[in-house]
Design a protein around this ligand. Structure first.
Ligand code: NAI
Length: 341
């Protein structure tokens, strides 16, 4: 029987994984702690480790896992910037879940946009206190407005079609435009100038780091609405705060934040936060923050469990693993239809 040590477990992870473990005959031991150098020894004697975005999979962690018998790390997420791939190569295989529900993220982006422009977060708080005043809650119609979509991959293209359904004009910027997508592609500069709403759906890379910064904010329309469900560091948070304070930015809705790693996913309500920028952003009436929850739907959780457990099954059978990755996938054995090493 394949044994799996499951780190950083949250209550919403278990039902979908338990269901599949029972069907496939795998044994899962759930740990609430994150995987790091202090906790890696908990995986001693397991075949597989299942990890998540904020686990820290350093060379020391990999060595401890390998010495303890682990031969597969199954990332139950798409991102993998928290793994030392070079240290793992030749020792421990790594799989991930490249896509689980673009609809979950795109729909959350629209939920944020609607909440921001119609002040739903404010009205919810008001009516709970029986304050039925409408003062300060004037919004605007989305129909006829221009939305600028940055990145038209799996999530961005769903968001484009949702916006079209609302009767919006859709501008898009992507270094690799999709020929089949019915949107107006343009430069990022033009998108910044013409959009009433800007929504980010590109990955974080050297080129996209702080794409939204003082200079690009200066070029934007007055009252622009900025939505970020992608990666926090696409936005220079300090510049965003200044844009909010100067009233250049009409509102911002963020599911991700530059310095979220130590904060998001956990209850920090009894802690004094040391991040002044985040505290100030959250205190603004026209800023809405969710805690990296855009992926969190039953469908996405089910797909994550399905893909992860299928990869573990392929591993157990000695098969090629469809979603295996390594640091040299352009030249590893995968191109020959084998495992990476
Ligand atoms: P994808 O890989 O299908 O699409 C990304 C698109 O961005 C591609 O078309 C690519 O050409 C484009 N792109 C790359 N660099 C760019 C740049 N500098 N400027 C503009 N476009 C650029 O990725 P997918 O699945 O659509 O995911 C998009 C992002 O959403 C991910 O990178 C991730 O950061 C984020 N995400 C957030 C989640 C959440 O829960 N908040 C969950 C899943 C993903």
């Amino acid at each position: 029987m394949i044994t799996i040590a499951f780190f950083d477990t949250k209550p919403y992870d278990r039902p979908h994984f338990d269901e599949r473990a029972a069907m496939m005959g795998f044994s899962i031991t759930y740990y609430e702690s994150k995987l790091n150098e202090k906790t890696a020894s908990l995986a001693q004697g397991f075949d597989v480790v299942c990890a998540f975005v904020n686990d820290s999979i350093t060379e020391a962690v990999i060595d401890t896992l390998y010495d303890g018998g682990v031969r597969l790390i199954a990332m139950r997420c798409a991102g993998y910037n928290n793994i030392d791939f070079k240290a793992a190569f030749g020792k421990i295989h790594i799989v991930r879940v490249p896509a689980y529900s673009p609809h979950a993220v795109a729909e959350h982006a629209m939920a944020l946009l609607l909440s921001a422009v119609r002040h739903i977060h404010k009205s919810y708080a008001r009516t709970r206190e029986f304050n039925f005043s409408l003062n300060g809650l004037v919004g605007f119609d989305l129909r006829g407005k221009t939305v600028g979509v940055v990145g038209t991959g799996k999530i961005g293209r769903v968001f484009c079609s949702i916006c079209k359904g609302f009767g919006m004009r859709v501008l898009a910027y992507d270094p690799y435009p999709a020929p089949d997508l019915d949107v107006e592609y343009c430069s990022f500069e033009q998108l910044a100038k013409e959009s009433d709403v800007i929504s980010l759906h590109c990955p974080l890379t050297e080129e996209s780091l702080h794409l939204i910064n003082r200079e690009s904010i200066r070029e934007m329309k007055d009252g622009v609405v900025i939505i970020n469900t992608s990666r926090g560091a696409l936005i220079d948070s300090q510049a965003l705060l200044e844009g909010i304070r100067s009233k250049k930015i009409g509102s911002a809705a963020l599911d991700v934040y530059e310095e979220e790693a130590e904060l998001f996913y956990e209850d920090q309500s009894t802690t004094i936060l040391s991040d002044d920028v985040l505290m100030l952003l959250i205190s603004m009436p026209n800023v809405l923050v969710t805690s990296h929850q855009a992926f969190l739907t039953e469908e996405a959780l089910s797909n994550i469990a399905e893909t992860t457990m299928r990869s573990i099954d392929e591993f157990g059978r000695g098969d090629v693993m469809e979603h295996e990755i390594c640091y040299r996938c352009d030249s590893c054995h995968k191109s020959e239809g084998k495992r990476c090493f």
